[in-house]
Design a protein around this ligand. Structure first.
Ligand SMILES: O=C(O)CCC(=O)C(=O)O
Ligand SMILES: [Fe+2]
Length: 303
């Protein structure tokens, strides 16, 4: 089985969260019986950093790659008939390790508003900060960092440790900055499964659309600062980038416009009726024909 289909489970807000942060956390997505079996396998094959043989095993594919919460999230982000990883790696991290792998972006990355590929980390055991989890920088999928540059950084404010109970899954956008954090625990081995999913169908807004959330007007969700993040770039550019990716996922990228002022998708309060739909993509505003759609293409798109 190389492709899969199922019902999408993410809501608009969760899809926007993924666009904004560059990752989603699914705590306890994999059942304990499955992670126990996976850890037993790791103990029986302590040198194996490549676990692709497990892709032949139903318990592994159904229990981990297609665990319902994971499959539903991947279906939401990558569309119908998404593809399953051709490989699975086990990133074995010995503890302690004061000086592990530095900040980087994985090979083959490209900075884009398209989402055709997901990088996924699954924790097969309870994973603490002391064990040297993967550390990621939320929002960095839009920062255009390349490994040769980002590897010079040490501690960065606003990072997130990919810790959690066994069975927690982190779904990430491929160009997100990450590294293994230093491990201070003694006498243990951290296991981390890493694999991918890929898109096989064009993007469409066919995830869970709720009446209570309207992306035309609830624009706070696009904004990294509102979600507790740090300002890393020009004000609101994070909102614009998240909204641009969201519109790509809706299959409506051509409707996304920069207007050069505070309008959709900038965070906003309760604006008066005459401005409410200004610059809102037509497919979201629901008012069909728009007399004029403003556009101000930036001189430098990614500053
Ligand atoms: O081991 C980790 O936590 C990170 C591994 C990683 O980034 C990689 O192998 O690409
Ligand atoms: Fe990596």
């Amino acid at each position: 089985m190389h492709t899969h289909d199922c019902e999408p489970t993410l809501t608009d807000r969760q899809v926007i969260e993924f666009c904004r942060e560059g990752f989603l956390t699914l705590e306890g997505a994999v059942e304990a019986g499955v992670t126990d079996r996976a850890i037993e396998y790791c103990h029986a094959h302590p040198e194996d950093r490549e676990l692709s043989v497990l892709l032949e095993e139903d318990w592994f594919v159904d229990g981990i790659l297609l665990a319902p919460a994971v499959a539903g999230a991947v279906r939401s982000l990558l569309g119908a008939g998404f593809g399953l990883s051709p490989f699975v790696a086990n990133h074995i991290g010995e503890c302690p390790d004061p000086d592990p792998l530095g900040w980087h972006v994985d090979g083959g990355n490209v900075h884009t508003f398209a989402l055709n590929y997901l990088q996924v980390f699954c924790l097969p055991q309870d994973t603490t900060v002391e064990m040297g989890p993967t550390e990621i920088l939320p929002g960095s999928h839009f920062l255009l960092g390349q490994s040769a540059l980002v590897s010079r950084y040490g501690a960065i404010r606003g990072t997130r440790m990919c810790t959690g109970p066994a069975g927690t899954v982190y779904i990430t956008c491929y160009p997100i900055w990450h590294r293994r954090y230093r491990a201070t625990a003694t006498d243990c081995t951290r296991h981390l499964f890493k694999y991918n999913y890929y898109r096989n169908s064009p993007p469409r807004r066919d995830w869970v659309v709720e009446d209570s959330f309207d992306p035309a007007h609830h624009t706070d969700d696009f904004n990294h600062l509102n979600a507790g993040g740090l300002l890393m770039r020009r004000n609101f550019l994070d909102s614009y980038d998240a909204a641009h990716m969201y519109m790509w996922l809706c299959g409506r990228e051509e409707e996304f416009r920069y207007v050069g002022g505070t309008a959709w998708p900038a965070p906003r309060g309760n604006w008066p009726a005459h401005f409410r739909n200004y610059a809102v993509p037509p497919s979201l505003s629901g008012n069909g024909a728009v007399p004029y759609q403003p556009e101000a293409p930036p001189m430098l798109r990614h500053n």
